[in-house]
Design a protein around this ligand. Structure first.
Ligand code: UDP
Ligand code: MG
Length: 338
């Protein structure tokens, strides 16, 4: 392994970067190290493990720094100044990964590290993007249902075709990763971008396990936000649906007014059906509010892009090359609101 260590230390010839976003994962990191490093050592090719500490407030930062001391030859730790979200953390990693292939992995061991060789084998065959499908999913039941619905919606209204959008154990060629990092979107959904950019994508089935400890870092609100990111970044169909609904409602209400005018002329003034009218009006008000919210989703993202605010700032980097650098005034190229 000595030669591998040398090449890795010099920052050259790293073939494989394993990229792990970490947000408050103190309960699982030791278990992750215990399973991840042996798998990578057994691969016998120059690798690095790049942890992106996404503004953790627990002991994760310390645990990662300790792991860096254990394996400084193959470990790098990037710390963001605050919690920017899993996908922003991945972009921070893509910008700095040195490997020809980059394999992303969740820290909570839901993606078994033992599956990494299978992803690498696909990349060796020349695929520039390796997506993944969870053989059997181990999450809460409501997450299964919600994600099945989102999968179906995404299939309908975007041109992104992927079997399983939720699994983050995926392989990216360096070119694709850099392209994604440069895409300059304020908020995005990385696997979907990869499908857009990949020339030779493929998918494999991988095992999925229960979270090894701690809690999911996605609240219901964060999940909804992420799915809005997925839809609004890749489709304008919701906006078109609003226009179509507007047209249909206008036609129907015009016909209704004609009908009422007809009755007024031939039957005189009437007051029946007031509650039906209330019902219709309130329904239309709901539709209006929903449409405004949908517009707001798009406008909010445009607003983020216009402000050109950095989405994250790299506060410190632990790597063997130049020793410990801190703080570094580097920032993500992806501006946007947080
Ligand atoms: N994560 C992150 N920033 C966040 C939320 C999550 O870096 O704001 C990381 C988290 O530490 C984990 C991965 O993203 O490594 C997936 O998160 P989690 O397991 O909580 O999501 P779930 O599996 O429930 O979808
Ligand atoms: Mg998880």
């Amino acid at each position: 392994m000595n030669t591998d260590m040398e090449t890795t230390r010099q920052g050259r010839s790293v073939e494989l970067s394993i990229l792990v976003p970490v947000f408050n994962e103190e309960d699982v990191l030791a278990l992750l190290f215990g399973r991840l490093y042996p798998v990578l050592d057994a691969l016998e090719r120059p690798f690095e493990v790049l942890f992106v500490n996404d503004g953790s407030s627990d002991q994760s930062g310390k645990i990662l720094a300790h792991q860096f001391e254990q394996r400084p030859d193959v470990t790098r730790v990037i710390s963001l100044s605050s919690n920017a979200g899993q996908h922003a953390a991945l972009i921070a990693g893509f910008q700095r990964a040195k490997g020809d292939f980059i394999v992303t992995l969740d820290a909570d061991l839901q993606n078994p590290p033992e599956e990494i060789p299978a992803v690498v084998a696909e990349m060796d065959k020349g695929f520039d993007y390796v997506g993944s499908i969870r053989a059997s999913r181990h999450d809460r039941a409501w997450r299964h249902i919600a994600s099945r619905l989102m999968n179906a919606l995404r299939e309908k209204i975007t041109n992104i075709r992927m079997t399983d959008q939720g699994c983050m154990l995926r392989g990216y060629s360096r070119d694709i990763a850099l392209e994604i990092a440069a895409s300059n979107e304020s908020r995005t959904f990385i696997p979907a971008l990869a499908y857009l950019y990949a020339a030779r994508p493929t998918e494999i089935t991988v095992a999925h396990e229960e979270r090894a400890g701690g809690q999911s870092k996605y609240s219901l609100f964060k999940l909804v936000q992420l799915n809005f990111d997925l839809i609004t970044s890749f489709s304008s169909v919701p906006l078109q649906l609003i226009s179509i609904t507007g047209i249909v409602v206008s036609i129907l209400s015009f016909l209704f007014v004609c009908y009422l005018a007809f009755r007024r002329l031939f039957y005189g003034p009437e007051v029946e059906g007031v509650f039906t009218l209330f019902g219709i009006t309130i329904f239309l008000m709901g539709l209006l509010l929903f449409s405004m919210g949908m517009l707001g989703e798009y406008i909010g993202r445009i607003n983020g892009l216009v402000r050109r605010r950095k989405r994250f700032r790299v506060a410190s980097v632990l790597e063997a090359d130049e020793g410990v650098k801190s703080p570094v005034d580097e920032a993500g190229s992806a501006p946007g609101p947080e």
